[in-house]
Write a protein that binds this ligand. Structure first.
Ligand code: C2E
Ligand code: MG
Ligand code: MG
Length: 749
C-alpha cells in the first residue's frame, strides 16, 4: 500500500474522517490502543484511509472504557503499555459478557518471542502483528478479523433466531458436514417421517432415499446450486416417504457455511411438514375448476379446454371436434317432488353414466344445474357425434334407483361441430345450446345437430324478447274472448280471456309464439296481471250493460310463475275490488306445471283464492306431468280436457275413451269438466252425452275481440227479450239449439 494522503487523524478518543471504501458502512469501527501518540496517529491514518472509523485510547484502562462505550468491531492494542498492558486488556475484554467475542489484534514493537505470543493467545488475542509493519499487512489482517467477526456475529444471531423459530415452528433440523459426508437429523426431523431416534442413520442417503422419485433430481440440483454459490439460500418443497407408506409434503430450507477459502464445509437447515397446506392449495385449485357435487370440470375449466380446442382447429383444420350440450328433461319435477337430495344424487349418477360414455381425450363438464357439456375430441363428421348422442340417450334411458325411488329421465341434446369454423369458444357453445333448445321444443328426449337456420331462429327469439320488453310500456296487447257454453243447455256461461299481441310491424302474434319467451324472461308476470285487470274490467262492464248477464264469468290464464309472487292473492283481490267484479265470476286457469314448484306455498295460495270464492280450472289436463295425487291435494274445481283429446273424437263419437275417462274421474272427485277445442257437432254431442258440463271451441265461436263479444251479448239479450215477448218458441231464454248457437256465435265471430 502506498502512502496515503492525510485527512486529519483522529486522536484522543475522537473520530477520523472515513474515506469512501468497501468498509464505509458506518459500522466498521476499530479501537486503537497505544501509549505512543505517533504510533496511534499512523495507525489511525492508515485505517481511516481504508475506510474504517477509528477510536483511540492511550492505555489498557482507557481502552477498556472506550470499548464498553463504543462496542468496536475490532480492538488493536499495543502489548507494552503502562498501567494496564495489552495482555491484561485482552483478559478484561474476554471476561466481559458483552465484549467477550470482540476480535483482538496485538501489536508489538519488539520481536514477539514465543512466550509472550503464547501468553497473548492465552489471554484471548486473535492475532499478532510485529512493528514495524507493512501497512498492507495491517489492512489485510484487520479486514480478515473484521469479516470473521461480522460473519460470526451474523451466524450467531441467525442461529439464535433460527433455533427460536425452529422451536416455534415445530421444524425438524438437519446439519450436513459436507467434508465427512455425515448428516445430523434432529429427532423432530425423524419423527415427522414417523421414525424414532435410532431408526434413521446419519448419512445423506437416509434423507435422499426417502425423497419422492419425481422430486429427488430437482432437490439435488437445488442443493448443488446453493453449494456452488448460485443461490443465496436453499429452499425447496418436495415429498418425503413417511413410515406409513404415504408421501408427505416437506419444505426444506438450508444454508451452507463456508470456510476461510470460501469452500462449503457444512450445510444446515430445517424441514417443515407442509402437507396440509399443500392439500388445501390443491383443493382450492381443484375447487376453482371443478363442480363440487359431481367432481366434474366446471364451466371455467370447460371454457378453457374449449378455447384450446378452437385454437387448435385454427392451426390444424383437421383436428376437428364436436360439442355436446345436454339438458335433462323435467329435472325440476324430480327435484321438486322427491327433494333436492334425490335431485343431487341423480345428478351424480348421471355424471357417472356420462363418464362411462366419453373417451379418453374428451372433456365432460357440468355447466351448472342440469346442464352437462362434452367436448368430443377428434369427431370428424355428424355421424360420429350423433353416435355419441345415441349412446348417451341409451345410458340415460335405464332407470335410476334413488333412495328406493325408481326414476326415469331423458335428456335433450344439442350438437355443434367445429367444422363451421368458429372464432370463439362461446360461439360454438352457444350453437350447441341453440340446438339443444331445438331438441327440447321438438319434443324432448332427442338430439339436434346445429345448422345455420337455427341461429336465425334464435335471433328471431331474441328480437321477440326485445320487442316484448318494449311492448310492456307501449300497450300493444289486447284481449280476445272465447265463449264458454253449458253443453246441457247451450247457454253462454262466460268467456275465456286470451291475450293477443298487436305487433306494429308483424301484425297479430298469437300466444303460442310469445308466451314461452315471456315465461322465460319473467315478463309474463306483468303480462298476466294486465290481462287479469283488463278482463275483469271488461266482464264487469258487460254485466252492468246486460242486466241478465249478472253471472257472466271470465277465465283468465295464469302462468306457473305467478305463484312465485308472494303478493299474488292480494293482487287478485285488489283487482277484483277495483273493477267491482264478484270473486265468484272469476276463474283462474292454471296448468299442472304450477304443482312443480314449491308445493307448500302453492297449496296455501290456492286455498286462499278458493276462500275468496275464486274457482281454479286445471287447463290442458292430460298433457302435462299428470298425476292423480295433484287432484287430491290441490283445491281444483274444474278440469279442462285438452283439445288434443277432444279432436280425436270422430264423426260417430268414436275415440272418446280418454275424454270419458277424464270426465268420469273428475266427477268422482267432485269436479266439473270443460272440453276445449270442440270443432265438430259430433264432438259436441258426444261430450254432452258424457255429461261434460261445459264446452268451448271453434264450432261455438273462435276467440273474438271485445266489440264482437259485446255484439254477441247484445244479440243474446235481444233473443231473451224476444222470447219474453213470446215471439220465438224457446223453452228457456238461454236454451240455444245447436243451430242457433252456430248462427248467433258465428255471426258474432
Ligand atoms: P289455452 O288456455 O288452452 O287456450 C285455448 C287455446 O285453444 C286458445 O289458443 C284458443 O284460441 C284455442 N282454441 C279454442 N278453440 C279451438 C278449436 O276449436 N280448435 C283449435 N285448434 N284451437 C282452439 P290461443 O289463444 O292461441 O292460446 C294458446 C295458449 O296460450 C292458451 O291455451 C294459454 O295456455 C296461453 N295463453 C293465452 N292467453 C294467455 C294469458 O293471458 N296468460 C297466460 N299465461 N297464458 C295465456
Ligand atoms: Mg286456458
Ligand atoms: Mg287449454
Amino acid at each position: 500500500m502506498s502512502p496515503v494522503p492525510y485527512h486529519g487523524p483522529n486522536t484522543e478518543g475522537g473520530e477520523s474522517e472515513p474515506l469512501p471504501s468497501m468498509h464505509n458502512d458506518g459500522d466498521a469501527t476499530i479501537l486503537v490502543v497505544d501509549d505512543t501518540q505517533d504510533r496511534r496517529d499512523i495507525m489511525s491514518i492508515l485505517l481511516s484511509q481504508a475506510g474504517f472509523r477509528v477510536f483511540t485510547a492511550e492505555d489498557g484502562r482507557e481502552g477498556f472504557e472506550v470499548a464498553r462505550a463504543r462496542h468496536p468491531l475490532l480492538v488493536i492494542s499495543d502489548v507494552m503499555m503502562p498501567n494496564v498492558d495489552g495482555i491484561e486488556l485482552c483478559r478484561c475484554l474476554r471476561a466481559d459478557k458483552e465484549l467477550y467475542a470482540t476480535p483482538i489484534l496485538l501489536v508489538s514493537a519488539m520481536r514477539v518471542d514465543d512466550k509472550s505470543a503464547v501468553e497473548g493467545l492465552q489471554a484471548g488475542a486473535d492475532d499478532y502483528l510485529e512493528a514495524p509493519y507493512d501497512p498492507m499487512r495491517l489492512i489485510a489482517k484487520v479486514t480478515r478479523l473484521m469479516e470473521r467477526a461480522r460473519f460470526e456475529g451474523a451466524l450467531k444471531e441467525s442461529e439464535e433466531r433460527y433455533a427460536l423459530a425452529a422451536r416455534g415452528a415445530n421444524d425438524g433440523l438437519w446439519d450436513w458436514k459436507l467434508k465427512s459426508n455425515q448428516t445430523y437429523f434432529s429427532s423432530r426431523w425423524k419423527s415427522m417421517l414417523g421414525y424414532g431416534e435410532d431408526d434413521i442413520g446419519n448419512r445423506p442417503e437416509d434423507w435422499f432415499s426417502r425423497v419422492h422419485p419425481d422430486d429427488v433430481e430437482a432437490l439435488e440440483a437445488e442443493i448443488a446450486d446453493h453449494i456452488k454459490g448460485e443461490s443465496s439460500h436453499f429452499e425447496m418443497e418436495h415429498r418425503m416417504l413417511h413410515k406409513d407408506g404415504s408421501y408427505r409434503w416437506m419444505l426444506s430450507r438450508g444454508m451452507v457455511v463456508r470456510d476461510a477459502d470460501g469452500k462449503a464445509s457444512r450445510m444446515a437447515g430445517s424441514q417443515s411438514d407442509i402437507t396440509e397446506r399443500k392439500q388445501a392449495e390443491a383443493q382450492l385449485l381443484h375447487d376453482a375448476f371443478h363442480d363440487v357435487l359431481t367432481g366434474l370440470p366446471n364451466r371455467a375449466l370447460f371454457m378453457d379446454r374449449l378455447s384450446q380446442a378452437v385454437e387448435r382447429v385454427k392451426r390444424h383444420p383437421d383436428c376437428s371436434f364436436g360439442v355436446i350440450f345436454l339438458d335433462l328433461d323435467r329435472f325440476k319435477v324430480i327435484n321438486d317432488s322427491l327433494g333436492h337430495m334425490v335431485g343431487d344424487r341423480l345428478l351424480v349418477e348421471i355424471s357417472h353414466r356420462l363418464e362411462g360414455c366419453v373417451r379418453a381425450g374428451d372433456t365432460l363438464a357440468r355447466l351448472g344445474g342440469d346442464e352437462f357439456t362434452i367436448i368430443l375430441d377428434g369427431v370428424e363428421d355428424e355421424a360420429d357425434a350423433t353416435a355419441m348422442a345415441d349412446r348417451i340417450q341409451d345410458q340415460l334411458h335405464r332407470p335410476f334407483n334413488l333412495n328406493n325411488h325408481e326414476v326415469q329421465i331423458s335428456a335433450s341434446i344439442g350438437i355443434a361441430l367445429s367444422t363451421l369454423n368458429y372464432e370463439k369458444p362461446e360461439d360454438i357453445l352457444r350453437d350447441a345450446n341453440i340446438a339443444m333448445h331445438r331438441a327440447k321444443s321438438a319434443g324432448k328426449a332427442r338430439y339436434q345437430v346445429f345448422d345455420a337456420t337455427m341461429h336465425f331462429h334464435a335471433l328471431e327469439l331474441l328480437r321477440l324478447e326485445t320487442d316484448l320488453r318494449r311492448t310492456a310500456e307501449r300497450e300493444e296487447y289486447c284481449v280476445h274472448y272465447q265463449p264458454l257454453v253449458s253443453l246441457e243447455t247451450g247457454q253462454l256461461t262466460g268467456f275465456e280471456a286470451l291475450v293477443r299481441w298487436q305487433h306494429p310491424e308483424r301484425g297479430f302474434i298469437y300466444p303460442e309464439e310469445f308466451i314461452p319467451v315471456a315465461e322465460e324472461t319473467g315478463l309474463i308476470i306483468t303480462l298476466d296481471r294486465w290481462v287479469l285487470r283488463e278482463a275483469c274490467r271488461q266482464v264487469r262492464a258487460w254485466q252492468q250493460q246486460f242486466p241478465e248477464q249478472q253471472s257472466l264469468t271470465v277465465s283468465v290464464n295464469f302462468s306457473a310463475r305467478q305463484f312465485s309472487q308472494p303478493d299474488l292473492v292480494e293482487h287478485v283481490q285488489q283487482v277484483l275490488s277495483e273493477t267491482g267484479l264478484d270473486a265468484g265470476c272469476l276463474k283462474l286457469e292454471i296448468t299442472e306445471s304450477v304443482f312443480m314448484s314449491s308445493t307448500e306455498s302453492v297449496t296455501r295460495m290456492l286455498a286462499q283464492l278458493k276462500a275468496v270464492g275464486i274457482e281454479i280450472y286445471l287447463d290442458d289436463f292430460g298433457t302435462g306431468y299428470s298425476s292423480l295425487s295433484y287432484l287430491h291435494r290441490f283445491p281444483i274445481n274444474v278440469l279442462k280436457i285438452d283439445r288434443s283429446f277432444v279432436s280425436r273424437i270422430g264423426p260417430e263419437g268414436e275415440n272418446a275413451e280418454i275424454a270419458r275417462a277424464i270426465v268420469t274421474m273428475a266427477h268422482s272427485l267432485g269436479m266439473k269438466v270443460v272440453a276445449e277445442g270442440i270443432e265438430t257437432e259430433s264432438q259436441f254431442t258426444e261430450l254432452k252425452s258424457l255429461s261434460c258440463e261445459y264446452g268451448q271451441g271453434n264450432l261455438i265461436s273462435l276467440p273474438i275481440e271485445a266489440l264482437k263479444a259485446e255484439k254477441l251479448l247484445n244479440d243474446l239479450s235481444g233473443q231473451q227479450w224476444q222470447s219474453r215477448q213470446g215471439k220465438k218458441k224457446r223453452a228457456t231464454p238461454y236454451d240455444l239449439s245447436m243451430n242457433s248457437i252456430k248462427s248467433i256465435f258465428n255471426q258474432a265471430g
